[in-house]
Design a protein around this ligand. Structure first.
Ligand code: X2X
Length: 348
């Protein structure tokens, strides 16, 4: 063989060696879908939707476009029925989601932990739950229920609003018609406070507030401003911090398993980073020395009432039977651990 044919043979040989590698890569590309659908209740005008979009952008950038996620706000993949979101992720109708613990509580009873009135109390208390042993346990439960949990986010402390008058005590809630969210614990809580609750989706809540079919609702202040609830007659806001709903970033199990280990690492790390950023956005203007969100809401012509710990006591007392009833449903052991974690928190 002369020198030229030797070189040719060598080139053919290395092409043959490279071939299986090319085939493997092509096979991966075939398993990957053109688009992965990410479900949220609200869009990018809200911290929640912003967090989902940060995740999507990080993944696209870090996988060089191999994984192309797209945001579907308004839980549009299931026609706005947010309490069906968890089942839809498990079944693969939804590929990925950033979902509220409240909306998944009908399928995972332990998630009602976060809806126990006056358990978490403040951001430090909430962190003590999500960032410690209790949070790990909850994510294991979510995983057992059939999806892949990746990171925590936060919707926020849910404050009570209405169109009628200032709320300073449970007596002020008597007979008021409230829209409440997905899990039955909210019906119990508002009934215990003497109010008249109706469970409905977020999509239905806004027209119901606009028409006066319901007079009040409860949601974090960032939802209040981004959804312009002052234009839906919500003129009174009481800051009572009675519950906060964390968000959980998750993936459908089959979608997750179809990705390479390296890509799964990228998606998980991006979810953790997006979750951290999202929590900071959700707390902006609502923590430490920066309470500017309150001023922002007041500037809309809304009367904001801030309850002290003493002011919260009557609400806490009235909802105690609800707390006890739901402790049994959630699991006494988990609730005890949660109470201990909150009690041991270091106040920021
Ligand atoms: O429906 C609500 O109130 C909302 C947007 O906060 C949730 O999805 C839990």
């Amino acid at each position: 063989m002369d020198r030229r044919s030797l070189l040719k043979a060598g080139a053919a040989g290395s092409a043959a060696l490279a071939a299986p590698f090319v085939v493997t890569r092509a096979a991966h590309a075939q398993n990957y879908r053109a688009e992965y659908r990410v479900s949220t209740v609200v869009g990018t005008a809200f911290p929640w939707g912003k967090g989902a979009q940060i995740w999507i952008d990080l993944v696209r950038e870090r996988t060089q476009g191999r994984i192309n996620m797209k945001l579907y706000p308004g839980v549009s993949l299931i026609n706005g029925d947010q309490t069906r979101e968890f089942s839809a992720i498990r079944q693969g109708v939804i590929d990925l989601a950033v979902g509220s613990t409240i909306n998944w509580s009908p399928q995972i009873r332990e998630l009602n932990l976060f809806s126990l009135p006056f358990l978490a109390r403040d951001h430090a208390g909430l962190d003590a739950l999500t960032q410690g042993e209790v949070g790990k346990r909850i994510l294991q439960i979510v995983e057992k229920a059939g999806v892949v949990p990746l990171a925590w986010g936060e919707n926020g402390f849910r404050e009570v609003t209405n169109s009628r008058h200032e709320i300073r005590s449970p007596a002020d809630m008597k007979g008021l018609k409230f829209r409440v969210v997905g899990s039955p614990i909210f019906n119990d809580t508002f009934t215990a406070l003497g109010a008249n609750p109706t469970q409905m989706s977020w999509a239905d809540a806004q027209p119901a507030l606009a028409s006066g079919a319901v007079e009040g609702q409860e949601n974090p202040l960032h939802i209040f401003t981004a959804a312009k609830l002052h234009t839906l007659a919500q003129k009174y806001v009481t800051l009572w911090d009675y519950v906060a709903d964390p968000l959980i970033f998750v993936a459908n199990r089959d979608v997750w398993n179809a990705w390479t280990a390296a890509d799964r690492d990228i998606v998980r790390a991006a979810a953790l980073e997006a979750g951290r950023q999202e929590i900071a956005i959700a707390r902006k203007g609502l923590s430490g020395n920066d309470m500017s969100m309150v001023k922002e809401v007041e500037a809309l012509g809304v009367k904001v009432t801030r309850l002290t710990d003493a002011g919260k006591q009557a609400f806490e007392k009235a909802t105690r039977p609800v707390y006890e009833k739901w402790t049994k449903q959630i699991g006494t052991d988990l609730v005890k651990r949660a109470e201990a974690a909150v009690a041991a928190r270091t106040k920021a």
